[in-house]
Write a protein that binds this ligand. Structure first.
Ligand code: AMP
Length: 226
């Protein structure tokens, strides 16, 4: 019988390290399931629902969304989308110690999700390179797509248009310099606490030093490291 263990890979790291691009490629090449909490949050924001408006208050200031809210969103998605034996990438979750505690606790209590292996991939890149990458980043405006492009490293075939769904490409509202600075600041405040929790609770963390270069170079290095 096929292995029924569900494998969860948590992509952790500051913004602009290429987590989303690597995750999207793993989906295309290996058929993994993926949830980017950032994409999910932006989807709600674009829909301008009450929840979306509430989320925008945090995102547009570079702050994290409250832990219980984001953890609940991840669980709802997992219940609906994850089948036993699947490999799942959580891009940008957990991001705080509380999220990791809530998530691992809930996994251990849910009979459907009890056979889960959890591994963290810690993406590392210099701040200078992060700023360069974020200032050249464009995303697809179609909330179901949100593919990532770069004016220096991954140009679309037709300028300003998504290769996959033909929707216009836009800059993320939280990619403006001032908000990015705050996001990096928030990241550095929460990082050590989360990594210490993983260490204390014996969770597997793989450090991935992101190489400088085009997405293919990054993906090859990722495959070697992971
Ligand atoms: P990202 O697309 O991963 O850069 O996330 C964009 C924004 O969404 C973040 O700056 C946060 O405001 C929010 N966000 C995404 N994931 C989380 C999370 N796990 N916890 C709290 N806020 C999050």
């Amino acid at each position: 019988m096929a292995d029924q263990t569900t494998k969860v890979l948590s992509f952790f790291g500051p913004p602009g390290t290429g987590k989303g691009t690597v995750a999207q490629r793993c989906v295309r090449e290996f058929g993994y399931k993926m949830l980017s909490t950032g994409d999910l949050i932006r989807k709600h924001m674009q829909a301008q629902s009450n929840l979306g408006k509430q989320l925008a208050e945090y995102v547009n200031r570079g702050q994290l969304v409250p832990d219980d809210l984001v953890t609940q969103m991840v669980f709802e998605w997992a219940k609906d989308q994850v089948k036993p034996g699947a490999t799942v990438i959580l891009d940008g979750f957990p991001r705080t110690r509380v999220q990791a505690e809530l998530f691992l606790q809930a996994l251990s209590e849910d009979p459907d999700l009890s056979r889960v292996s959890f591994k963290v991939i810690n993406f590392e890149l210099s701040e200078e390179e992060i700023i360069k990458r974020i200032s050249s980043r464009l995303i697809c405006s179609n909330k179901e797509c949100q593919s990532v492009y770069s004016t220096i490293a991954k140009m679309p075939k037709q300028a300003g248009v998504c290769d996959l769904c033909d929707s216009p490409l836009v800059r993320r509202s939280d990619d403006e310099a001032e908000v990015v600075r705050e996001r990096l600041n928030v990241f550095s405040k929460t990082k050590n606490e989360l990594l210490s929790f993983y260490k204390e609770s014996d969770q597997s963390v793989i450090d991935f030093v992101v190489p400088h270069g085009l997405p293919d170079v990054v993906f090859d290095a990722f495959i070697k490291a992971v």
